[in-house]
Each structure stands twice: as C-alpha cells, then as structure tokens.
Design a protein around this ligand. Structure first.
Ligand code: 5GP
Ligand code: MN
Length: 334
C-alpha cells in the first residue's frame, strides 16, 4: 500500500532518528510519535522525540513520555545540537510546515531523509517519503498499517499498542466521530489483543480531571458560551485572564468545544482562545459542513471536514466580530 520498501531500506541498519510532531500536540500526535519512537528503539535505532510546545497534562501517563523534548524549553542552538547527527526525520500527524509554528526550521535539513506519517489533507512537498492516508481516522491508524506492511506487527509491544490506541481514541472522540471506519475498530481490536486495557486508557484520558478543570468548564458554559440559534452555531470565547484565573495549561480546554456541539440544533461549534498575542480557533461541525474549509479560507488553518483549527492575529473582540460576519455570509448549506 505505501512505499514501504523505501522505509524498509532506510531502517535496515541502526539509525539516528528524530520524531517531530505538530505544535500543541493532541493524543494522536503524541501517541503516534511515542509509538513510533518506542518501536524504533526496540529495533536498535536511537530516537529523539520532539514536540514544539508542551503536551496536555492528560497525556502525561503515556509510555515513553519522559523522553520527549519540548522545543519551547530550549534555545534554537541547543535543540539543533541535540539532533545534529540524525539520519532520519519523521514528521508525525502533520504535513504542513506551518503546524510547527516558529520551529519549522527543524525541517530545513537537506542532509536528512524526511518521512511524513499523517492523515491530513493537502500535504506539502517537503518530505522524501509520504506515508499518508487522508481517509485514516488517525495517524495511529496509518502507523499501525505501516507496521503491518513492514511485516513487523508481532513486534508491537504493549507500550506501543497503548500509544496507538490513545491516538485512535482521541482523534475519533472515543470512536464517535464519522472518521471512524470499520478498519479503525479492527485495528483497535488488534491493539486490545496485544494487551491494551481500553477502559483504563479512556479513564486516564477523560476521567482523571482535577476539580479545577470542571470548575473551568462550568464557568465557560455559564459565562463564555455564545449561541446563535438562527445560524445553528455555538461558540466559546476564552479570554487570556480566564487562563490565569483557572491556572489553565496546554490542553486544558480540550473537550470544551464538544459541549457547544452537543446542543440541540447546532451544526457548527467553536472555541476562540486568546493566548500568546494570538487567537486560536478550534472548529467542529456536523455532517457535510466543511470546518476545514472555513479554517483554511479565513484562519490560516485546516484539518478535517468535521474537526479543524486555525489562528487569527486580530484581537479577541475583532476575531469574534469577524467570525460572526463570516458565519453570516457562509455560502455553505447548514
Ligand atoms: P483541535 O481543535 O483539536 O485543536 O484541532 C482539530 C483538528 O484541526 C486537528 O486534528 C488538526 O487537524 C486541525 N488543526 C488544528 N489547528 C490547526 C492549524 O493551526 N492548522 C491546520 N492546518 N490544522 C489545524
Ligand atoms: Mn491526527
């Protein structure tokens, strides 16, 4: 299915490898990167795992997470020194350089063989090998099929399987999103046969929250939710001060958007977050409404049809105004 011979050849002898995921990583980006790193280390390769920015605290139990380098905690010089000798660079769960934010310079290594493992649409042409399937529910699904094509499925350890299962669970919203395919369930079943405890994984991800998170969600639902029934839209506006007030860390707003989408009659939900002199947008849609096209056209972003994201350099109020204006003028049928 993939150009697996090229990958096989690249991995035939022990290599120095770096695995890079996108900024503000989710469970699929971190889980798939760690699954790959753990798998490659088992085969005798030396592997650095790099995330541009911090990973969410609800993923801090993932096997191998302690070895992850957070680029934002290093200078450009020390980061580059750590990966000076690498032969291979894997880009996991992204295929556009902009998803590395200011760390896109990590891709500027003409001497290094680059491999993309991803499932986002419209990949850029910066890699030597593209292992990519836009129909896959998660990058974890792509990586599992790569292991299969390499005829190395039997080398999947419990830790590797747990990381992959986490990618499947988080990118499908517990197998609820329409990106979930029969093969997604088949891979999940295989991973459970490798020893993954599906209940424990879901518990660690979703049911292990500090009370402050529930307080924040309660505050957001009562104070920060805007509902536009005539447009079938509901969105949250999270201010910089809210982050301080609830001591929010990276990933702490994850799942909030689903409350807006769970409302009766709502087809498009969003969270607009004011952070680091920017506004980050998280979009979710129902049915054929293309959240990724809205993100791409208006917010320099992208993603999948029903789950997408982007950024705005306007102020929060200006972004909200623009967002509403765009919604009112949308050519799409709700
Ligand atoms: P989330 O709302 O969970 O942050 O992101 C949902 C999906 O939108 C992600 O899986 C990713 O595909 C996409 N996405 C989020 N932010 C961006 C962005 O800034 N650029 C692009 N191209 N895609 C994004
Ligand atoms: Mn993904």
């Amino acid at each position: 299915m993939y150009d697996i011979f090229i990958l096989k050849e690249q991995l035939a002898s022990p290599k120095q490898v770096a695995v890079v995921m996108h900024a503000r990583p989710d469970g699929d980006a971190l889980g798939t990167s760690l699954a790959l790193a753990l798998f490659l280390r088992e085969q005798g390769h030396s592997v650095h795992v790099i995330t541009p920015t911090e990973y969410p605290s609800f993923l801090s139990w993932l096997p191998g997470v302690d070895s992850v380098v957070i680029a934002a905690h290093h200078t450009r010089e020390t980061l580059l020194a750590q990966i000076k000798e690498i032969d291979l660079l894997f880009c996991v769960d992204f295929s556009t350089a902009s998803r590395l934010d200011e760390w896109a310079y990590l891709l500027k290594r003409p001497d290094v063989f680059k491999i993309i493992i991803d499932h986002h649409t419209e990949p850029e042409n910066f890699a030597d090998l593209l292992l990519w399937d836009p129909k896959a529910a998660a990058s974890a699904e792509v990586l599992f099929q790569i292991f299969e094509a390499l005829e190395q499925k039997e080398k999947i350890t419990l830790s590797v399987a747990t990381c992959l299962y986490t990618g499947l669970v988080t990118d499908t919203n517990s197998f609820k999103n329409p990106n979930t395919r029969p093969i997604t369930h088949r891979i999940a079943a295989d991973l459970i046969e490798y020893g993954v405890d599906p209940f424990r994984v879901q518990w660690l991800i979703y049911d292990n929250k500090p009370l402050s998170r529930l307080h924040f969600f309660s505050f957001a639902i009562s104070q920060r939710l805007v509902v536009l029934p005539e447009l079938h839209v509901a969105y949250f506006v999270i201010q910089k001060d809210d982050y301080k007030r609830y001591d929010l860390k990276s990933g702490d707003t994850e799942g909030l958007v689903d409350y807006a989408l769970s409302l009766q009659g709502i087809s498009l939900a969003a969270v607009l977050k004011e952070k680091d002199e920017m506004v980050y947008l998280s979009l979710r849609s129902v049915g054929d409404l293309p959240a990724n096209l809205i993100a791409k056209k208006y917010f320099n972003g992208g993603g999948h049809k029903n789950a997408a994201g982007g950024i705005s350099h306007l102020s929060l109020t200006e972004t909200v105004d623009r967002f509403e204006k765009i919604l009112k003028e949308l050519p799409f049928n709700f």
